[in-house]
Design a protein around this ligand. Structure first.
Ligand SMILES: CC(C)(COP(=O)(O)OP(=O)(O)OC[C@H]1O[C@@H](n2cnc3c(N)ncnc32)[C@H](O)[C@@H]1OP(=O)(O)O)[C@@H](O)C(=O)NCCC(=O)NCCS
Length: 178
């Protein structure tokens, strides 16, 4: 199994982050029409996270703080089909939790597609309200209490274990850059 590395993308890799999201949410799942980019992508404090499996770009997650009381939201968890069931998704969720905790977060919320509920429960998340439609699909609100910031910090790799250049997914002609 390839080594999986997660990191918060800078300008160099931001287009890869958006390309993976677009491929999964717009082209594969069609949960969003035309683009999945929204106002949170323009927010300066939003973390755009990438995962690589070996030296291939494999997945994304996005996270941001909702208020000044330590409430964080995670969304846009996407793993390219070729890299699924190889622990990339779990690593991305753990990275998001550790990153929000290290920033002083207290709780993280996510609105999860119902078939992924068990996947999140195995990672320590709990159901947080009734299933409701989101982008026209049933979603389960979920939440996790974040660990103390010191222990969280130690879970975030100081440097991604990557051997650049990593191969990047082809950019869709439909992709809208922010
Ligand atoms: C949901 C998603 C992010 C999961 O990513 P992933 O990389 O496949 O996740 P993991 O490999 O960490 O784990 C997925 C499952 O495969 C299992 N798995 C992991 N490695 C495995 C392996 N080597 N062999 C068999 N099963 C394995 C895990 O136990 C897990 O099972 P569970 O769902 O019963 O808990 C991915 O399927 C995806 O991008 N789907 C489309 C977009 C989407 O639904 N996004 C989430 C919106 S809420």
């Amino acid at each position: 199994m390839h080594k999986v590395a997660c990191w918060t993308a800078d300008q160099t890799h931001l287009s890869c982050h958006f390309a993976i999201r677009h491929q999964v949410f717009v082209e594969e799942q069609r949960v969003m029409v035309f683009t999945d980019v929204d106002a949170w992508d323009r927010h300066s404090q939003t973390h755009h996270v990438l995962a690589a499996s070996g030296n291939h770009m494999a997945g994304t997650v996005r996270l941001y703080e909702l208020d000044d009381h330590g409430t964080w939201k995670g969304d846009r968890l996407a793993v390219l089909p070729a890299y699924r069931t190889s622990i990339v998704g779990a690593r991305l969720v753990r990275y998001a939790v550790a990153t929000a905790a290290a920033a002083g977060g207290k709780i993280m919320h996510a609105t999860v597609q119902v078939p992924n509920t068990r996947f999140f429960e195995r990672l320590g998340w709990e159901r947080d309200g009734p299933v409701a439609a989101h982008y026209g699909l049933p979603h389960q609100p979920m939440a996790i209490d974040l660990p103390g910031s010191e222990s969280a910090q130690s879970q975030i790799p100081a440097q991604p274990e990557l051997h650049l250049p990593v191969s990047v997914p082809a950019l869709s002609p439909l992709l809208t850059h922010v």
